[in-house]
Design a protein around this ligand. Structure first.
Ligand code: SF4
Length: 440
């Protein structure tokens, strides 16, 4: 399609989560399709778009800093700030000198429609389009088409969350939980397969709550798993209370569904979990661990942990350490608690000292590295299918097994986007080295 506008070059930058990244990809793909040239961020561009994050106060300040840098890099170009921070606090962003437009969570998908306004804008003040009712209900189904430009694409199936964990601003930034229709999800999955993607990662804010009529997540997974040509479906982060035995059985029985779950625990202390207002008790998490152990014992099981939540005592942190020690996690993502204005947690007393948080995070990180090694080593001297993605700086070609182990072999670009059977021979702490057992 020919681009008639004076804006020819567009650059994008994303802060925050994978979902935000997948949404930027979708919007950038829309621009490309309409004849715009996508240029690297920080190069001079006619239009620079920053998809912001607001998960913590720190994320807000990082978003503001990136926007200011973008204004410096492209003083003559137009600057748009959009997404979660824009939704929660458009006033903050409008106050930045040099911003031309602020778009909220819904409005960001209409950026292309606003191009003419951006071009003809004469007033100094930014144009602000943010649905202020707080009811972020209406969204276009077509907004979700997204591909990462790699072997793997994100398939967004869900938006928003109704859980209101005490530290999280997401329900305010992205609205109530709502699911994309099953027909839409399947159609996009097929289209991504036709475009050459071999692995799809399901994304959303709280994907375990996905529902379309009587169809639950397990039914969606079931339908996705039999799409011809789709080799892998990976579930991204999923809340523990939404994982049924049926889902675990699908993971165990369907070769196309990766045996990989990322299940946020956040804390091993029942009191801290209560203060966090998480939707499960520690006993339920352990019950889930038993079910996983019985149904899909080899699963790669990652988790998120927050250290230094307000009031977290040494004893409560020790409880987390004991739980993490006990559960067979294959990797850990550790976050130091960071305040977010507007959340219940930001008003809780007994903030944990920065250095204490740092120390606790480093103890858990060390534990995570060991856990990862123990898990990876279980697969040494076995043959696993590896989907290759890229050649690294070390000149080795690297890819992932279905259970999320990074594997590297001697190879070249010709391996990219191919699945090969690889004999895993050597542990290199973060990844395994292997040898081809069967040529692609
Ligand atoms: S489950 Fe909790 S942490 Fe996750 S998005 Fe919902 S409110 Fe936020």
């Amino acid at each position: 399609m020919k681009n008639q506008s004076h804006i020819k070059t567009v650059s994008f930058h994303t802060l925050g989560c994978k979902l935000n990244q997948s949404e930027t990809d979708a919007i950038a793909a829309d621009f490309k399709h309409n004849g715009f040239e996508i240029v690297p961020f920080r190069s001079t561009a006619d239009l620079t778009v920053i998809n912001t994050c607001t998960v913590t106060n720190e994320a807000d300040s990082k978003s503001r800093q990136i926007i200011r840098n973008a204004i410096k890099s492209s003083p003559q170009g137009r600057i748009v700030a959009m997404g979660c921070y824009a939704q929660i606090n458009p006033e903050d962003l409008s106050a930045i000198n040099g911003i031309d437009m602020v778009l909220g969570t819904n409005e960001k998908y209409r950026l292309l429609e606003y191009i003419t306004q951006l071009e003809t804008k004469v007033v100094d003040k930014p144009l602000v389009y943010v649905n202020e009712s707080g009811d972020i209900e209406n969204y276009r189904e077509s907004e979700f088409i997204s591909a990462t430009g790699r072997t793997r694409a994100y398939l967004k199936i869900q938006e928003g969350c109704d859980y209101f964990c005490s530290y999280c601003i997401i329900p305010f930034a992205r609205g109530k939980a709502r699911s994309r229709q099953i027909v839409e999800c399947l159609a996009e999955a097929k289209s991504l397969v036709d475009r050459g993607y071999r692995e799809l990662v399901l994304t959303g804010i709280n994907i375990g709550t996905w529902q379309d009529g009587s169809n639950k997540l397990v039914d969606l997974l079931d339908s996705l798993s039999i799409i011809p040509g789709l080799d892998r479906i990976r579930i991204s982060s999923i809340e523990p209370n939404t994982i049924s035995d049926d889902i675990l059985h699908l993971l165990a029985d369907r070769p196309t569904i990766c045996p990989h779950l990322h299940i946020p625990l956040q804390s091993g202390s029942p009191e801290v979990l209560n203060r966090m207002r998480r939707k499960y008790q520690l006993t339920e998490y352990f019950d889930l661990a038993d079910r996983i152990g019985n149904i899909v014992p080899d699963v790669a099981w990652g988790t998120d942990l927050i250290v230094g939540f307000p009031g977290e005592t040494e004893a409560e942190f020790a409880e987390t350490l004991a739980v993490v020690e006990q559960l067979p996690f294959s990797y850990l993502h550790i976050f130091r608690y960071s305040e977010r204005d507007g959340t219940i947690a930001a008003k809780l007393p007994n903030r944990v000292d920065f250095h204490v948080k740092k120390k606790r995070a480093s103890i858990l990180r060390e534990m995570g590295a060991k856990k990862k090694q123990v898990y990876n080593r279980r697969f040494l001297n076995t043959v696993q299918p590896v989907l290759f993605e890229m050649v690294g700086k070390d000149d080795l070609v690297s890819g992932m097994t279905p259970n999320y182990i990074r594997v590297k072999i001697a190879g070249d670009e010709s391996f990219k986007n191919k699945i090969c059977q690889v004999h895993l021979t050597k542990d290199c702490s973060n990844y395994l080295i292997g040898e081809i057992s069967e040529q692609p």
